[in-house]
Design a protein around this ligand. Structure first.
Ligand SMILES: [Zn+2]
Length: 238
């Protein structure tokens, strides 16, 4: 029963990637930049864990590590399965959904260290939870409407990506802001290619390249400004 739900809408429309020609054209090459990031993201997350001085830093390292590594792992599994086992349509479709759901958690996880470890305004304490509610709502949306309203999907990602920034830019200590903006810029630019599959050659691979670059910049900022031992100003009171 789940199989049918997964593949068809109630109107009987096949939801497996919308249609065959809309499938990203560069499998499994598409996720190559992300495949390269799996090991570094696990190692990088371990470094943050080792550098953690207290409870909050440890929790944030776990959350961020799971979000970062999870994104690359899920993306790689999805692209590999799609390439190798195209006859497994149900698995492929569910993984495609999972690939999209994990983006919401990745965005939340990317913000978590800043919201947990930086001294921010009174709204920050709410935003710590709001981001996870947003990620959950996004996940539910993907579950029910995956690939149905593609523009809405994109708008949801953009809102999720920008909304917590309202709190982040209010932080008195602005170290790392430049890197956060730079990483966000790469993600935003990447969405142009994300939406251009089939029109621009290797668009999906380029999208992944932008994601990998944005994630790399954000990791650097988190490591440098929130975890590096000599970053005295980052070790503010929670
Ligand atoms: Zn992809």
């Amino acid at each position: 029963m789940k199989t049918r739900d997964c593949l068809k809408t109630k109107h009987g429309k096949d939801l497996t990637f919308g249609s065959e020609e809309k499938k990203p054209t560069t499998f499994p090459l598409g996720s190559l930049p992300c495949q390269f990031w799996i090991i570094p993201s696990i190692l990088g997350s371990s470094i943050l864990y080792i550098l953690s001085d207290d409870h909050w830093e440890t929790i944030s390292a776990w959350i961020y590590g799971f979000g970062l590594s999870g994104l690359f792992i899920v993306s790689t599994i999805f692209h590999t399965i799609s390439w190798k086992k195209r006859h497994l349509r149900t698995v492929e479709h569910c993984l495609h959904m999972f690939d999209r759901m994990v983006i919401y958690f990745f965005i939340a996880a990317s913000y978590a260290p800043w919201l947990n470890l930086r001294e921010l305004g009174p709204w920050a304490s709410h935003m710590r939870w709001v981001i996870w509610i947003m990620a959950s709502v996004g996940t539910i949306y993907v579950f029910f409407f995956h690939e149905r309203y593609k523009l809405v999907e994109l708008v949801c990602y953009v809102i999720m990506g920008f909304f917590p920034a309202v709190v982040i830019i209010s932080m008195p200590n602005r170290d790392g802001l430049l890197e956060l903006v730079a990483g966000g810029f790469f993600y935003c630019l990447g969405t142009v290619f994300f939406k251009s599959d089939g029109r621009i050659p290797f668009a999906h691979a380029i999208w992944h390249l932008f994601v990998a670059t944005g994630a790399g910049i954000h990791y650097y900022a988190i490591w440098r400004y929130l975890y590096r031992p000599d970053t005295v100003e980052a070790k503010t009171s929670r």
